[in-house]
Design a protein around this ligand. Structure first.
Ligand code: TEU
Ligand code: CA
Length: 571
């Protein structure tokens, strides 16, 4: 495998609106990010992925772009952006922008021109169809609810939107549109970006001609996924985009790819794949409801382990997955993967170590390193996210009471991850001196960066240790390139695996509150990381306390700590 500059990096996702507000208007901004670069450098971060901060009406919080060449004034100016890139560079950090090109905003000039002249150049930038009294050409359900067709204002046509109606889909079949996209990508890369996270990219290839499918819910519509399974030829677009843009710059790219077939992994992220990497969503899509969030199934520790190992086995050494426990579209990982009654610093460290040591590129979403949790939303009025509002309506239609509907959707609400970053116990968690655009999580006096910064036992300090271990010259090669082999795979509530390369490392996590014992394979072990203050080992019998996680290096002279025996107490 050809070694690439990004293989050993650690990425941090910033949701600019909620990260740090530098001017007191209640909205996080780019100057705010610059002010926090030292915090990120101290954590050990190499790359920052910024969720969109381009000009946007913010109907889908920036994933609806009205000008790809400008920064939204709420987030700052292009000078701020240039300064961010330069300041990051001084700290050996790279900036990744979010590339949102499946759709733009209905306030983009292209769309405005399409409305003025649907048969002209810009009409062909979108998927337009003549409006007729007959059935629409396809009965697809948009990701945010309702049909994908909307009237094109001032015309007798309709346009397609697989997301919100303010996000008209761009017509990738049109070479002129593709040229515009490539031009924009290169324009940004010329500024010195490290690369892009590539939004919703799997949707750019539609199965044409449009047709309807068997409805999968009572609304008579069919989820986009059914159509995508039929759509062939996305590779032509993606390899063209790679060749025309990213490849020339040796940029890092991570695709938001869902539902790829095992045989396609190579095309996506193999040597000379369409992207450098793609997210592993195996655990996030687990248990998805057939009818919506209200009938989603919670995930258990055993399910979580299975999801991770499945992805690892499927990918092997073909390429590098990007590993996450949360992002701006998902609930907080700590609240999702740890049983509610057990959510505490100890279990958050376990989850951190288990996913962070997997083969792949580790991504940390803002606040994850503090162990931020889901927000206790009790009323739909507290919600900003269009997806949550749609899922709430869906639950009501299914017969849920408003309280029950709220309970059901708040577990999955995208706003869980979008509450402001918790910097300190000061007013508004130190996020803003003004009124925060979204309600803060009331737990900020306890969970915040200032409180954890100098505490060696904090979740934040544990993340720093994980990052430092990944960068430790002795183990780095094994952690980046080594294979992954599960161990004791069928042991309930235990997740353990080897990372094997020049060294052999062993990660062992007790994914439950009760203690648990394993018999270590023969050998000498050196303790590299322990989430707990004690280590209970007698001969080969290793007893782990609730949610204790260990990282060991095998066949090395055992450190004194590996011989110690201690008593067991509760987490
Ligand atoms: O998400 C694409 C996507 O398919 C899902 O994440 C889905 O939209 C979401 O989970 C619904 O609740 C990307 C972005 O990450 C997301 O924030 C945007 O809303 C979406 O694309 C449209 O740009
Ligand atoms: Ca601001």
């Amino acid at each position: 495998m050809t070694k690439k500059w990004w293989h050993d990096k650690v990425v941090y996702q910033i949701y600019p609106k909620s990260f740090y507000d530098s001017n007191g208007d209640g909205i996080g901004d780019i100057p705010g990010i610059i002010q926090k670069l030292d915090y990120l450098q101290d954590l050990g971060i190499d790359m920052l992925w910024l969720s969109p901060c381009y000009t946007s009406p913010l109907a889908d919080e920036g994933y609806d772009i009205s000008d790809y060449y400008n920064i939204d004034p709420r987030f700052g100016t292009m000078e701020d952006m240039d300064r961010l890139i330069a300041e990051a560079k001084k700290r050996n950090m790279y900036i990744l922008m979010d590339l949102v090109v499946n759709h733009c905003s209905d306030e983009h000039e292209w769309f405005q021109k399409a409305c003025e002249d649907p048969d002209g150049t810009y009409g062909n930038f979108f998927y337009l169809r003549d409006k007729s009294d007959k059935e629409p050409p396809a009965n697809w359900r948009s990701y945010f609810g309702g049909p994908v067709w909307e009237d094109l204002p001032g015309t007798d046509k309709q346009y397609l939107h697989v997301f919100h109606k303010k996000q008209p889909d761009l017509n990738w079949e049109n070479p002129k549109l593709r040229e515009e996209v490539y031009k924009n990508i290169c324009w940004w890369l010329d500024k010195g970006l490290g690369g892009f996270r590539i939004d919703a990219i799997i949707n750019i290839k539609k199965a044409l001609p449009f047709r309807s499918y068997e409805p999968d819910r009572e609304d008579g519509l069919c989820g986009i996924g059914t159509m995508l399974k039929e759509a062939e030829g996305i590779g032509t677009f993606l390899s063209e985009m790679r060749d025309r843009t990213f490849q020339k710059y040796d940029a890092f790219t991570v695709g938001e790819v869902f539902d790829e077939k095992p045989e396609e992994i190579k095309d996506f992220i193999g040597e000379n794949g369409y992207f450098s990497s793609m997210f592993d969503f195996n655990a996030t899509v687990f248990g998805s409801g057939e009818n919506g969030w209200y009938d989603a199934r919670p995930i258990t520790p055993d399910d979580y382990k299975k999801c991770c190992f499945e992805s690892q086995a499927r990918t092997g050494s073909i390429g590098f997955l990007s590993n996450i426990i949360e992002n701006h579209d998902e609930p907080r990982g700590a609240s999702r993967y740890i049983p509610e009654k057990d959510c505490c610093p100890q279990s958050k460290k376990l989850l951190a170590a288990l996913y962070f040591m997997l083969r792949g590129i580790p991504f940390i979403y803002q606040g994850q390193e503090l162990g931020m949790e889901n927000a206790p939303f009790t009323s739909i009025d507290e919600i900003d996210d269009i997806s949550t509002i749609n899922e709430y309506q869906t639950a009501l239609k299914a017969g849920f009471s408003p309280e029950k509907a709220m309970q059901a959707v708040s577990k999955f609400s995208r706003d869980n991850a979008r509450t402001p970053m918790q910097w300190s116990k000061d007013k508004n968690a130190g996020f803003t001196t003004g009124t925060p655009w979204l309600k803060l999580n009331p737990n900020y006096p306890v969970i915040n960066a200032a409180a954890q910064q100098d505490d060696p036992d904090s979740v934040l300090s544990f993340y720093k240790k994980l990052i430092a271990l990944r960068k430790n010259p002795e183990y780095k090669d094994t952690l980046v390139y080594g294979s992954l082999e599960p161990l004791w795979e069928n042991q309930h509530n235990l997740m353990a695996y080897y990372r094997k390369g020049a060294k052999t490392l062993l990660v062992i996590g007790n994914f439950q509150q009760e203690t648990q014992t394993v018999i270590l394979p023969q050998g000498n072990y050196k303790l590299l990381l322990n989430s707990d203050s004690i280590l209970n080992i007698e001969d080969s019998r290793l007893t782990l306390r609730g949610y204790q996680v260990l990282i060991l290096a095998e066949n090395e002279t055992a450190g004194a700590d590996m011989k110690k025996t201690s008593s067991i107490h509760e987490c």
